[in-house]
Design a binder for this molecule. Structure first.
Ligand code: ADP
Ligand code: MG
Length: 236
């Protein structure tokens, strides 16, 4: 079974360089793990939206992505699919700690991301947790170290970083910042810069917003490396 897994991983990685977003019409044409493909099909996600088409390829290749697309355009899958695939390709297991952190400005949005993750990640073995406050802090603390994917609001995440000596992000390999423009509108700039300071500098960053923003300048510590712009007509 391990060998089959290994073969699948190599076959997928071999195809990443050849992804041609222009030629893709269906998710099934993307080199995605069978576990992800199966869940996408079961959830009746068949045709990728434009932001998904353009973001998934570069994100699978490990590139930083800056995506701008209006509300309702499908940004959630544009980052959740690459997150799942990254952990799968790297044979992440429950004991490997936090591999991806997704930051969202509000509890409601974080919860929606969590629900979508449960749907498309259901055949994978990764653990995921919501760190959004409102619940018992102690409960969050004991759970979060066992989570491979954390979905957080900025204030609550920073609180854990400041107060929880057991919370360790050194294994983190992907950072997703969703609704980055809204995070800044809501006054989270300082909080986000403090959070980012705590992350390992070697990581992939996927940043999405509903409008084209200057988030990169505003979030000085993001350290994006040669990012791929999606939805920034002209800059691409
Ligand atoms: P955004 O974050 O850009 O506002 P969402 O990721 O919340 O958008 O997606 C908006 C809606 O579109 C959701 O109900 C989602 O299930 C649906 N959706 C996303 N991608 C697809 C797709 N490829 N095919 C069909 N529906 C999709
Ligand atoms: Mg969204």
């Amino acid at each position: 079974k391990l060998a089959a897994n290994e073969l699948e991983i190599r076959a997928l990685q071999d195809q990443y360089k050849e992804i041609d977003a222009q030629a893709i019409k269906k998710f099934a044409q993307f080199p995605l793990s069978l576990k992800t493909q199966k869940a996408l099909a079961e959830a009746k996600y068949v045709n990728p939206t434009p932001v998904q088409l353009e973001s998934i390829g570069p994100a699978l290749l490990g590139k930083d992505v800056l995506g701008a697309a209006v509300t309702g355009s499908g940004k959630t899958l544009a980052f959740l699919i690459p997150v799942l695939e990254h952990l799968f390709i790297n044979k992440w297991s429950r004991t490997d700690g936090v591999g991806a952190i997704i930051i969202s400005p509000t509890r409601e949005l974080a919860y929606q991301i969590f629900e979508t993750l449960k749907k498309i990640g259901k055949h994978h073995d990764f653990s995921a947790g919501l760190i959004i406050g409102g619940k018992n802090l102690k409960f969050e603390r004991t759970r979060m170290d066992q989570c491979n994917i954390l979905i957080c609001t900025p204030g609550r995440l920073l609180q854990h970083m400041d107060e929880n000596p057991l919370f360790n992000t050194s294994s983190m390999e992907i950072l997703v910042l969703d609704e980055a423009d809204r995070c800044l509108d809501m006054g989270f700039q300082k909080t986000l810069n403090s959070i980012i300071e705590n992350f390992p500098p070697q990581r992939q960053t996927l940043l999405f917003s509903a409008t084209q923003t200057n988030t990169v300048q505003d979030l000085a510590r993001l350290n994006l490396v040669d990012p791929v712009y999606v939805g920034y007509g002209g800059q691409t």
